[in-house]
Write a protein that binds this ligand. Structure first.
Ligand code: CTP
Ligand code: CA
Length: 231
């Protein structure tokens, strides 16, 4: 696709994009996962490259060709992703958490493959994963430096989309939250997306159904507007 007409408004900036979905090990051959393909995160990476940014993608289990011009760090679990995102975020101007991060992981992964036995299976006990987006926002709110100037998240909601999204934006303390309605051929594993981008302290921006690049560009325009410009 032709991106040569893109504005170069991210030139000289470092942006970090997380993409895909984490996998939380149950045993050496099984995991708890989710339906995220990484398409939206990779569209964000490509469009940011086109707008002149240095781009680091933290990719969890994405089966797509690497976005040209971006550095790709591969991770598996939420804990791996946390370490990679916090590391890349140290000199980042903006972080966009487009990945679907598992909220829970098995308390302990079995070292050996769990075997089918005569009786009923043991329940899998779960522990809460770190909330990477909230942690980035908390660190910034606490004045820890360096912190990214702009922090954005994604939220897939199945019901009360706007109310849930607004509450989530405030709870996390991020600047922008892209809220997708899940289902109806949208969001997971599809080339198209439709969303509302919630803006802290501003009016929401509606992005009509279209390619994931369009949503990505709409988000970068809002990110770019919130970056301070060197004097
Ligand atoms: N996120 C994260 N770390 C987690 C869970 C989510 O960084 N452990 C990020 C996602 O990448 C996304 C945003 O938080 O950008 C919102 O994720 P979502 O699952 O919608 O929100 P949760 O706070 O996990 O709430 P819930 O799943 O209960 O709706
Ligand atoms: Ca979640």
């Amino acid at each position: 696709r032709v991106l040569s007409g893109a504005p170069r408004d991210l030139a000289g900036r470092h942006v970090v994009v997380s993409a895909g979905g984490t996998r939380e090990a149950i045993d050496p051959v099984r995991f708890i996962g989710n339906r995220s393909s990484g398409l939206q995160g990779y569209a964000l990476a490509r469009t940011a490259v086109a707008r002149g940014a240095r781009v680091t993608v933290v990719a969890a289990n994405v089966a797509l060709p690497d976005p040209a011009g971006a550095a790709v760090v591969r991770v598996e679990s939420a804990e791996h992703m946390r370490a990679a995102v916090l590391d890349a975020a140290r000199d980042a101007d903006a972080v966009v958490m487009a990945a679907a991060v598992a909220d829970f992981r098995p308390v302990a992964a079995s070292d050996v493959k769990i075997k089918k036995t005569g009786g009923e299976p043991e329940p899998i006990r779960l522990a809460k994963n770190p909330d990477i987006l909230a942690e980035l926002c908390d660190r910034r709110r606490d004045g820890l430096k360096p912190s990214p100037e702009v922090i954005a998240g994604f939220a897939a909601e199945t019901h009360d989309v706007l109310a849930n999204g607004r509450a989530k934006l405030e709870r996390k303390g991020c600047d922008l939250l892209v809220v997708n309605q899940v289902g109806d051929g949208l969001a997971f594993g599809t080339p198209d997306n439709a969303a509302v981008i919630l803006v802290a302290g501003g009016d929401p921006v509606e992005v009509p159904r279209g390619p994931k690049e369009s949503l990505a560009d709409a988000l970068w325009t809002l990110v770019s507007a919130r970056l301070s410009h060197p004097a």
